[in-house]
Design a protein around this ligand. Structure first.
Ligand code: ATP
Length: 618
């Protein structure tokens, strides 16, 4: 099990730390600000309810004492019969007052619950938006880094509920503080020792609580890879795109048993933690019970000896019992705040992760020389071997380049560099005389239209699936028509139930599934949607299309891509031969380059591969 910690949080969650280090509370201010800016009205309402809820219990206890004392006075003064209305009136007045106080107290509690639940929803949305906004600023490298992914999943899984929890606990603590302050005021009339017993008895449970909070958090962090694996297995088992293969290869039982194994392992740790927490909670809780009964006996003795009245006895008992639970609630709040801060540390660690973006500022090239690769070498982050070595090539404006090579030779990587998803480890890529890194990224991206092998099949309408190619015209039906015509998709779209308005995929009701080739036509149309782009990058754009569609596209290829530079990856030589320039890549290096005729004449690798494929058609 990968129980590794590579994080600053571990500094304050050391196993032997019984009491929380104060540094852990550093996120409280940020959380408060987050909650306040999410909804000032709701935060204010919670604050008011908290304060009222903190003051009322002591008033209620005091009114209880007044009622009992009044009743005892009336019954012992022998005037019950003689002046019964007057006596009853004064006691009943206190009863009515107590009823009012209880009603207000109940309203405060309900108000607090309702405001908190509303705030929780708003806050959950806000924090999720913050996480997603951050995700949008990330590089592809981050998404491929499993540790970073863990951080993001941890942030997402708990962080939306923790800021409110922290604030509720802070308010809860203030409320408990107010209640305790007023109770202590009442108890001091009995004795300072009563206050002392109250405080001492609650401390052991607090220490246990805090220790187990830290332990639970450590488990949460360690487990992130397992939790992610469980989510992945769930996806494999329950999503329609995987169902075909899972059923046909009969993978269900194997996947389910892996899923169970992870659960059993995690459950064992959970069970141990819960058992320890429960046992220690019970043993240490006995201190509080013992303290209460000592105080109870003492108050009874004081009442019998006539030092305090019956009303005072009732009040002290209520105050002591409630004081005890309030005090332990306050300490639990502190423990909980500690725990919330640990989880929030996760969130802020993710949000504050510096993103080193090399964003240039140039919007225009220096001269119209097209794309130039100068000695480009690239090593994927985390690996040692270069995937591309010393690549040099030149593609002029309007030229079409085809890349051929075996699987894994580095073709897709080359276009990832060209589209600036990655930066070369050494060497440069220039567009119109300017290093790609010096281009303003948005300007650069607008100039490029790309279809990857694994293009995205959005579960949106047909029109939107094409429209995403140019976000500015995403809703423009006339543009969809033009692009779908170029991408050979128009014909089948006409036959769909709602043409461009048909929703694709099976995730949503009324969704219509397309064939692989139809999806590819949609993807190609998406690339043609990018009218302003003068660089078109196509990774196996016709691999799933029927022979007729493919031929149609390539017969019109020149007119479709007029004035555009095209970089095309294909294993089909009928397609490749139409390019002005062809490069053959092998193990990350350019083996040959030239036009179709030149390469055939050379009688090298390209000529060999071409004749192999041609022989297959004879
Ligand atoms: N994100 C990545 N991290 C590390 N290595 C990678 C990554 N993507 C690809 N590779 C490795 O880089 C090499 C080149 O991959 P690339 O996808 O560029 O090949 P390709 O020529 O496009 O192959 P194909 O014809 O199968 O599409 C492969 O050995 C692959 O394992």
């Amino acid at each position: 099990m990968p129980h590794k910690e590579t994080n600053p949080v571990k500094d304050f969650v050391s196993q032997n730390n019984l009491l929380p280090s104060l540094s852990v509370f550093r996120y409280s201010g940020k959380a408060l600000n987050l909650v306040w800016t999410t909804s000032k009205k709701l935060t204010f309402a919670i604050a008011i309810f908290t304060i009222l809820g903190g003051i009322l219990p002591a008033i209620i206890a005091y009114l209880g004492k007044l009622i009992v004392d009044n009743v005892v006075l009336s019954s012992t003064s022998g005037l019950v019969i003689g002046n019964s209305w007057e006596q009853s009136y004064s006691s009943l007045r206190y009863v009515a007052l107590e009823a009012c106080a209880i009603t207000i107290f109940a309203a405060c509690q309900k108000g607090q619950v309702v405001s908190q639940s509303l705030l929780r929803v708003k806050l959950g949305q806000r924090v999720n938006e913050m996480i997603l906004e951050k995700a949008l600023t990330l590089d592809l490298t981050h998404f491929e880094d499993s540790e970073f992914y863990d951080k993001m999943s941890q942030a997402r899984s708990e962080a939306s509920s923790r800021p409110l929890s922290l604030i509720s606990r802070t308010f809860g603590l203030i409320q408990s503080g107010l209640i305790l302050f007023s109770f202590i005021g009442l108890l001091l009339q009995l004795s300072v020792w009563a206050v002392f017993i109250l405080i001492i008895a609650a401390i052991p449970s607090f220490i246990a609580e805090t220790k187990f909070s830290a332990h639970a958090f450590r488990l949460f962090r360690w487990r992130s890879p397992e939790t992610r694996e469980q989510n992945y297995l769930e996806t494999l088992l329950a999503r329609e795109d995987y169902a075909k293969e899972v059923q046909l290869y009969q993978l269900g039982d194997m996947l389910l048993s892996r899923y169970r194994e992870i659960f059993v392992r995690l459950y064992k740790e959970d069970r141990n933690l819960s058992l320890q927490k429960g046992l220690w909670g019970y043993i240490l809780g006995l201190f509080s019970t013992a303290a209460f009964y000592i105080a109870y006996a003492w108050i009874v003795i004081e009442t019998i000896s006539g030092k305090i009245t019956l009303g005072e006895m009732t009040m002290y008992l209520v105050v002591f019992r409630q004081g005890q639970s309030t005090f332990s609630a306050a300490l639990t709040s502190i423990g909980g705040m500690y725990e919330d801060n640990l989880y929030l540390a996760n969130l802020y660690e993710f949000l504050e992760q510096p993103i080193h973006k090399s964003n240039g500022s140039l919007k225009k090239g220096i001269h119209q020389e097209g794309i130039v690769f100068e000695n480009v070498t690239f090593v994927y982050p985390g690996s040692k071997e270069p995937v591309l070595k010393n690549i040099s090539l030149h593609l002029k404006h309007g030229e079409k380049l085809a890349i051929v090579g075996k699987n894994g030779s580095g073709k897709t990587t080359l276009i990832k560099l060209l589209t600036r998803l990655y930066t070369p480890t050494s060497g440069r890529i220039l567009l119109d005389g300017v290093n790609l890194n010096d281009w303003e990224v948005d300007v650069l991206r607008k100039r490029i239209g790309v279809i990857f092998q694994n293009f995205v099949q959005y579960q949106f309408t047909v029109g939107e699936n094409i429209g995403v190619g140019d976000i500015e015209s995403i809703e423009d039906e006339s543009e969809w028509e033009i692009a779908s015509e170029k991408g050979m998709a128009k014909q089948f779209i006409q036959n769909l139930p709602e043409r461009f308005g048909t929703r694709l995929g099976k995730w949503f009701k009324t969704g219509q599934e397309l064939s692989g080739g139809q999806w590819q036509k949609i993807a190609l149309s998406r690339a043609f949607m990018r009218k302003k782009a003068d660089i078109l990058v196509l990774d196996e754009p016709t691999a799933a299309m029927d022979a007729e569609a493919e031929m149609n596209i390539f017969n019109h290829f020149r007119s479709l891509t007029e004035n555009k530079m095209v970089v095309l990856i294909s294993h089909r030589f009928s397609t490749v031969r139409m390019a002005d320039k062809i490069i053959v890549i092998e193990e990350g290096e350019i083996l040959e380059q030239g036009s179709h005729e030149e390469l055939l004449k050379k009688n090298g690798r390209y000529a060999h591969l071409f004749s192999l494929q041609a022989a297959g058609y004879k």
